[in-house]
Design a protein around this ligand. Structure first.
Ligand code: VG1
Ligand code: CO
Length: 544
């Protein structure tokens, strides 16, 4: 075994997006590609003596190769210890949990999350800091700058290590690799937050559920917790074995891509409760019998009922939501007398608020919900929270949500995605919109009137860091909104996201199909931004 220094040259384009560096697998397979990024990361982090790194991924194609490379580079960089998920498997929330529980200095997660996998799919790498949360913008930018100045990387020439035996401890140079159970620490944390006895009684009484793991990393967690610890019947978890290509499917838990679950939940004799999670298990979709819960509503419902769960029995200090997420959570925060923070898209912006105790629950419209228990959004956690709520309150998912609307009013909400459009055309669309902003207030558009229009900017109330150009908002006098953003997680062209929201106070008007309820705003969204003209698309590729 010996350390080696390998000459390299900078590779352009290694700037992390909303959640890490994501590229096609073929890009990551290029010589030095992964190594350059990891060296850029380690150089930026500095001295690793005495430090522990957590390492794992969502099991997608290229995961196992990348794990071996990173282990050898971590050894060369001087880490004392790596906690490695067995088989290279650790969900994003489990990584956050392990970092915090074991006092690690940070962790590397190999995942492209909800993006498809397999040899022709996507791969990704993200770094989480000591608090268990995604690296803040300043750190990811420093890593990127470092990748532009590299001339070499360091790696041990040790043989590959066996990553499949939990409990094993192997040495690479001076570094110890401990292979840990991928699920245990996380499952223990869940048992501390939720009333497992009540959920066990619910299943014992005949409550039925399907959890669609989408052949992604939530499978082992859902099996161990739902069927193992909570005695849900075998077969509750479907598609529960992680596959390198997710079975050729798109591991994104929304009603379009999780079609199998939606079909099950809409069939006769559907189970009482359905849920799905994404590639790295940080997202969740909640479904009742013939009833899909929007993520924005899910956050609001959990916030309004948080005290049913033992981990939140003392109530919540505040809520944080990403800007495009609906303001259903604000109404709950107002009723509870706690603040509701509005942050840019991406979980990294919640970290400071959680660390400072300002927010207890956080959520994004993109099927992400989480809390102070870790520093990532957490799919299985959200599902357990709903189970705890159903066990305590009784009734159906539909009952709970419609009662919530009756009390707080309903925020009709939808996101229209235009995927893989030409990147230049997408930027031009946003640029044109920015030019129009100052003229919009006061304009009458159909039966709406624009009250304000801006490009969302954010100053972190804890550390003062600033983010600009985080999404264009058009706000109407009746409280309706249209938001436009370009995605920061795609790997092909650009993706335009259009977020639509309309508030309806009158319970007699709560049963309109969502797209119909939003039809007026949808038409305005297209005409103001000239979406058809810029993108050549007459319809979105995905509607959630
Ligand atoms: C999307 C979502 C965002 C989420 C991010 C990472 O980002 O909109 O809310 O935090 O994915 O989720 P973007 O930039 O494509 O809109 V995950 O589960 O892919 O790590
Ligand atoms: Co994810």
């Amino acid at each position: 075994m010996a350390m080696q220094t390998v000459a390299t040259t900078p590779i352009p384009g290694q700037r992390p997006g909303t959640s890490g560096l994501r590229k096609k697998v073929a890009v990551f397979q290029q010589p030095h590609y992964l190594e350059n990024f990891v060296q850029g990361l380690f150089d930026t982090l500095g001295d690793a003596a005495g430090k522990t790194l957590v390492l794992g991924g969502d099991g997608r194609f290229h995961n196992r190769n990348a794990i071996q490379v990173i282990l050898k580079m971590a050894a060369a960089h001087g880490y004392a210890r790596v906690l490695l998920g067995q088989g290279g498997i650790l969900s994003t929330p489990a990584t956050s949990c392990v970092i915090r529980k074991h006092g690690a200095s940070g962790g590397i997660i190999l995942s492209a999350s909800h993006n498809p996998g397999g040899p022709d799919g996507d791969f990704g790498i993200k770094y989480n800091a000591e608090n268990g949360g995604p690296a803040p913008e300043a750190l990811t930018e420093a890593i990127y700058q470092r990748t532009l100045a590299l001339s070499q990387y360091c790696i041990s020439n040790a043989p590959d290590v066996d990553i499949d035996r939990a409990g094993a401890s192997v040495k690479i140079e001076g570094m110890t690799v401990e292979v840990i159970d991928s699920v245990a620490d996380y499952a223990e944390l869940m048992s501390q937050l939720f009333d497992f006895d009540a959920i066990r009684r619910l299943f014992a009484a005949g409550f039925t559920m399907r959890f669609d793991a989408m052949h992604a990393v939530s499978g082992p967690y859902a099996h161990a917790i739902l069927e193992g610890m909570l005695d849900a019947p075998a077969g509750t978890v479907i598609n529960g074995v992680p596959l390198e290509d997710f079975g050729g499917l798109h591991p994104d838990p929304n009603p379009v891509t999780a079609e199998e679950l939606i079909d099950i939940m809409c069939a006769n004799a559907a189970p009482d409760f359905g849920a799905a999670s994404d590639g790295d298990a940080d997202r969740n979709m909640i479904v009742g019998r013939d009833f899909v819960v929007t993520p924005s509503d899910s956050l609001a419902v959990l916030a309004a009922n948080a005290t049913v769960a033992p981990g939140y029995a003392d109530g919540i200090s505040g809520i944080a939501r990403s800007m495009p997420t609906s303001r259903a959570a604000n109404r709950v925060a107002d009723a509870l007398g706690v603040p509701c923070y509005e942050t840019p898209t991406g979980w990294k912006y919640f970290g400071t608020l959680l660390d400072a105790g300002k927010a207890t629950l956080c959520g994004e419209e993109s099927y992400g919900t989480g809390s102070r228990h870790i520093r990532e959004k957490d799919g299985v956690w959200a599902v357990l929270f709903w189970l705890n709520l159903l066990a305590v309150r009784g009734g159906s998912v539909r009952d709970i949500v419609t009662a919530h609307w009756q009390r707080f009013g309903r925020h009709y909400y939808s996101r229209h995605d235009y995927e893989a459009i030409d990147a230049d055309a997408a930027h031009l669309l946003m640029q044109d919109l920015r030019i129009k902003l100052s003229n919009l207030p006061g304009q009458k558009l159909n039966h709406y009137e624009v009250q304000a229009a801006d490009d969302f900017e954010y100053t972190d109330p804890v550390d003062g860091s600033h983010a600009s150009q985080q999404g264009i908002r058009i706000m109407m006098t009746d409280g309706s909104r249209i938001v436009y953003r370009l995605s920061g997680t795609g790997t092909e062209g650009a993706t335009l996201r259009v977020y639509l929201e309309r508030f309806e106070a009158d319970p007699a008007q709560h049963h309109i199909p969502t797209q119909q309820a939003l039809a007026g705003l949808i038409a305005i969204a297209d005409s103001v931004a000239s979406i058809v003209m810029h993108t050549g698309r007459t319809n979105p590729t995905v509607i959630t």
